[in-house]
Ligand binder design. Structure first.
Ligand code: ADP
Ligand code: ZN
Ligand code: MG
Length: 485
């Protein structure tokens, strides 16, 4: 695609709404007792109900209902007095019944919202609805010669579909929204949130309109977005594509498009089907759902402290910037780790920066969660103390000590001793290094004395280099100024 003029891009605004499918962490399927375990031999976790034999009856898994209500409450939804299932009819080999049991006009959760933080600002995104449905099976085309096979282990695995209002205005907001959904689902323990393995799947609806325009433009739906990165990239691409179509005098057509991550483009897959194509009708084999208020109250009382509330509390209680608080509360285990270290005396702001700039990086590199590493809250509270008393520099703590703790589980005192990382606060030793540096750089000294004061940074750098980063930077600064004046 030839790119559009970036001036023209500014005339437009994107409108985005996401439809997210989350596989629930129940032990059994939504309408039968088969296991939901991932990765078993094909068709070993099936029964007459989930392979769609005639004459058998589905029975709703109460846990799936509870998980969905829990999620709805966590996302500030209303739970209507009456809800029911509907048949969504379509024909595909991975759907043996010829219809998917889903919900249509009476979903279990409606009218909610969640908060995201973008550029340090809080924004509210509406949740239109959350409904329950069954997953389909999986077609297997690879490695079987001219045949395709169907694995029905996944057929009947409980899904929640979470539909957002078209409140999202940029790819960045869409990614933040996805991250927040994942965070909430993981706090609740209702979904593992693994996008690569498909337990969290996202379809993105997107349109563009002129900035001053009120009505929404025609939207397309982009599928196959199995990572946060792809959600952002696909939307960026699709927005520019639509702008280009309009700028060239064309019209965006309503259709379903597929994200091709290898080529970095979206491609038309099919024209969008309308609701009437699915011949939705109420599911006659399942009774309507009427949830009693006391059960809703019980579920509400069982909710953990949720990320948005935790984030606000972290801002108030620890004085963290909104952005830091948002990142620290993105995983419950991190938030708890952080609070424990603070309780043991660590400075909250320094500490929050350690998690964000150092710990997260190592967790990502090692593909581990914090509780799977050797890093304990008391390591960090002790390190914070050592930095505060000047036993080790903040830089050394960040660049070396934390990493060593994660690798070995040793206390920071031991690591500092073993690796000789103690901060040099002995003025004699620092002066010696300064004298060396001054002797080696007569030209710079002359320039400095002639008024080029910004060279102080150069001298500090040289001294730090000479002391392998161990000199107390404040003392280096002071002593340098004294010697150079
Ligand atoms: P459909 O009838 O195509 O299923 P819905 O109104 O049910 O569309 O909305 C599906 C998703 O698309 C929702 O997440 C909604 O927020 C989003 N959406 C609706 N209209 C637009 C639009 N014009 N541009 C972008 N997203 C939209
Ligand atoms: Zn079954
Ligand atoms: Mg719809």
């Amino acid at each position: 695609m030839k790119d559009v003029d970036s001036i023209n891009v500014l005339k437009y605004e994107a409108v985005i709404g996401l439809e997210v499918h989350a596989q629930m962490l129940t032990d059994t399927k939504i309408f039968c007792g088969c296991s939901t375990k991932f990765g078993s031999e094909p068709n070993t976790q099936t029964c007459p109900v989930c392979i769609g034999m005639p004459g058998v009856l589905p029975v709703l898994n109460k846990k799936a209902l509870e998980f969905t209500i829990k999620t709805g409450l966590a996302m500030n939804c209303k739970i209507p007095a009456l809800s029911r299932f509907a048949r969504k009819n379509y024909f595909y080999p991975d759907l043996p019944k010829g219809y998917q049991i889903s919900q249509y006009e009476l979903p279990i959760c409606e009218h909610g919202y969640i908060e995201i933080v973008v550029n340090g600002e809080i924004k509210t995104i509406g949740i239109t609805r959350i409904h329950m449905e069954e997953d389909a099976g999986k077609n297997i085309h690879e490695g079987r010669g001219n045949y395709s096979f169907v694995d029905l282990n996944r057929a009947g695995v409980p899904l929640m579909e979470i539909v957002s209002e078209p409140d999202i205005r940029s790819p960045e907001e869409a990614v933040e929204y996805m991250k927040k959904l994942r965070t909430i689902l993981r706090y609740l323990g209702v979904c593992d949130g693994n996008m690569e393995q498909g337990s969290l799947r996202c379809d993105a609806n997107v349109s563009v309109r002129l900035v001053e325009q009120k009505e929404f433009g025609v939207k397309t739906e982009v599928k196959n977005l199995n990572s946060f990165k792809f959600v952002g990239k696909a939307l960026e691409y699709e927005i520019r594509r639509q702008i280009k179509v309009l700028e060239d005098g064309g019209k965006v057509i309503q259709e379903t498009r597929l994200w091709d991550s290898e080529r970095g483009i979206t491609e038309s897959m099919r024209t969008k089907e309308e609701a009437h194509d699915y011949r939705y009708f109420p599911e006659p084999d399942l009774v309507p759902i009427m949830v009693q208020q006391n059960w809703i109250d019980e579920i509400r009382a069982s909710l953990p402290e949720l990320p948005d509330i935790k984030r606000k509390r972290f801002v108030l209680e620890y004085g963290l910037p909104e952005h830091n608080a948002d990142l620290l509360t993105s995983e419950k285990s991190i938030a708890e780790h952080f609070e424990e270290a603070v309780k043991q005396g660590a400075d909250p702001i320094t500490l929050s920066n350690w998690y964000i700039t150092v710990v997260f990086k190592h967790l990502k590199e090692q593909g581990k969660e914090i509780n799977e590493t050797l890093l304990r809250p008391n390591h960090l509270s002790r390190l914070s103390e050592l930095v505060a008393v000047g036993a080790v520099s903040g830089t050394m703590a960040k660049t070396t000590v934390i990493y060593e703790i994660i690798q070995t589980g040793k206390m920071p005192d031991e690591i500092i001793k073993e690796k000789g990382l103690s901060q040099i606060s002995d003025s004699g030793e620092i002066e010696k290094a300064i004298d060396d540096v001054i002797a080696k750089h007569p030209k710079e000294v002359e320039r400095f004395k002639a008024g080029e004061e910004k060279l102080i940074g150069f001298f500090v750098g040289q001294v730090m280099k000479m002391t392998k980063g161990k000199a107390n930077p404040q003392m280096v600064n002071e002593l340098l100024k004294k010697k150079l004046s």
